[in-house]
Design a protein around this ligand. Structure first.
Ligand code: SF4
Ligand code: SF4
Length: 356
């Protein structure tokens, strides 16, 4: 295992880190793998990763990740609290709620977390999170009180990551990216402001879908070819831990395929939309283009029911707007020159053909 600096925090973290979703028990929707591990089994998987050099474990408040937070607290006590870095989060946007959430997380963990993220920040909640009295102010207060060491923002949106990178209250960012959805990582690499922050990357396997098409080593080394701190992988079995972390460090890094090479592999299965989710396009009617295209790819890559359910929410309206849209500003912004309006019609047909 190699280690990298976590921004300016002074921490060194394993470049492959442990996501605790697959070790949870509880009613949590959209689990990539669900193993239903009891406490003993979960601790054994986490310990296996520890033996391979992992020192960063990421979780979320109960019940966002079921009981994973409680299990991680027990694991920290087992291996020695100071031997691991605990990254925790909660989807609360106001300051009061966030403050209480951290106190509850401390109880669940039986210790204080090192990093605490505002989880899943989106445009709807951005002002509340960053504004006066919002979740970031609460995290700054908790930091001053010694209840957390570092504050973070976790989001799937580039503009919000950039705002976090500009904010002195934020120490660590968590965003998503992989071989297929690499546009945001490309933009992070181009922007020097991100070098000041720790950066964790999730969705490295694209919700478990990409390992059917590409070696895990290629997926992880691709993400680690960017200036980021750690690739966060959800792990639920010792075999998965071995596949993700059990490499000889003397081995050469895997060569990263180009985006075009990735598309040509996927073309054997379906007609991929050549969108890398750079998020440069915007729609005045509010269609989140990159998210619609993501669901299309995920449908064809194997998450059919889940992807269709999400696509069904609003695709008819989006496709209608595209038919009536005269200016099509989204297409001017797209560096890949995707015929977005036409692709929307294709996605609408898909949803019509496979009603959920
Ligand atoms: S073409 Fe469609 S997605 Fe693009 S701006 Fe117009 S309505 Fe929005
Ligand atoms: S449609 Fe084009 S601009 Fe929009 S996210 Fe995809 S690649 Fe980027």
């Amino acid at each position: 295992m190699y280690y990298r600096k976590l921004g300016n925090t002074g921490l060194n973290v394993s470049e492959i880190s442990f996501g605790t979703i697959p070790v949870l028990q509880g009613s949590v929707p959209v689990l990539p793998d669900y193993f239903n591990l009891d406490e003993q089994e979960a601790l054994a998987v986490m310990e296996h990763a520890y033996r391979l050099g992992c020192n960063l474990y990421d979780t979320a408040i109960v019940p966002e990740y079921g009981d994973a937070e409680i299990k991680l607290g027990k694991f920290a006590a087992l291996v020695g609290r100071d031997n691991i870095v605990i990254s925790d989060k909660a989807r609360f946007f106001g300051g009061g709620e966030m403050y209480q959430a951290v106190e509850l997380s401390c109880e669940n963990l039986g210790t204080t977390p090192d990093i605490y993220f505002v989880h899943q920040v989106d445009a709807e909640h951005e002002e509340e999170v960053f504004g006066r009295g919002g979740a970031l102010d609460a995290l700054a207060e908790l930091k001053a009180e010694g209840k957390i060491r570092y504050a973070g923002v976790a989001t799937h949106y580039y503009d919000i990551l950039l705002r976090g990178a500009q904010d002195d209250r934020v120490d660590v960012l968590q965003g998503s990216g992989n071989l297929l959805e690499r546009g945001m990582l490309d933009r992070v690499r181009e922007e020097p402001l991100f070098r000041k922050k720790g950066f964790l990357v999730n969705k490295v396997y694209a919700a478990g879908l990409l390992p059917k098409h590409f070696p895990v080593r290629t997926l992880i080394d691709f993400v680690l070819s960017y200036p980021v701190s750690s690739a966060l992988i959800g792990l639920g079995t010792k075999e998965q831990v071995d596949t993700a972390m059990g490499w000889d460090t003397k081995e050469q890094r895997a060569v990263s395929p180009s985006f075009e090479e990735v598309l040509s592999v996927l073309e054997k299965e379906y007609a991929p939309i050549p969108c890398d989710r750079c998020q440069r396009c915007a729609c005045p009617y509010g269609t989140e283009i990159h998210t619609v295209f993501r669901q299309y790819q995920y449908f064809h890559l194997g998450k059919d029911y889940w992807a269709l359910k999400k696509l069904g929410l609003g695709i008819a309206g989006s496709a209608r707007h595209c038919r009536e849209c005269a200016q099509m500003p989204c297409m001017d912004a797209c560096p890949r020159k995707i015929r977005i309006a036409q692709e929307m019609q294709q996605v609408e047909r898909l949803v019509r053909d496979y009603p959920v």
